[in-house]
Design a protein around this ligand. Structure first.
Ligand SMILES: [Zn+2]
Ligand SMILES: [Zn+2]
Length: 136
């Protein structure tokens, strides 16, 4: 079977593949994502965690989000590239859009945590947006 989506980190030590279509991509303006990515926001693609295959060990860091739920961010221990967010037991994983081999597969759909958006963040027009998380 040919994976529809592949990607990985800067050094190639961690690779992933996914056998479905990419879910919507969200721009997250929360302070934690800004710090973790080093950019104005994180762009993450929602995928079904059960269909995501990761090769190579990731390191991870878990911290409660501003909304209070624990978020585990996985990254490459060798090159530091942020790769995906997945909390144990959750059905979804959020893969960093910049890790995709083919960026054309990324479909921006929404912005979250716009209450902490920085003035130098530029995003496409017309996205659904939420001041806090998807429920806020
Ligand atoms: Zn790496
Ligand atoms: Zn965030």
């Amino acid at each position: 079977m040919t994976a529809a989506i592949t990607g990985g980190c800067l050094c190639g030590g961690v690779r992933f593949s996914y056998d479905g279509a990419a879910g919507p991509a969200s721009y997250c303006h929360c302070v934690d994502c800004r710090r973790a990515t080093g950019g104005p926001f994180a762009v993450s693609v929602r995928l079904d965690a059960a269909r995501l295959t990761v090769t190579g060990a990731t390191a991870s860091h878990t911290k409660a989000s501003d909304a209070g739920s624990p978020i585990t961010r996985h990254f490459c221990p060798a090159c530091g590239s942020p790769l995906f967010t997945h909390t144990a037991g959750a059905p979804t994983a959020y893969v960093k859009a910049g890790a995709f081999d083919d960026p054309a597969l990324v479909r921006p759909a929404l912005e979250i945590w716009t209450q902490s958006r920085v003035p130098w963040a530029q995003v496409p027009e017309g996205l659904e947006h939420h001041p806090r998380d998807r429920n806020g």
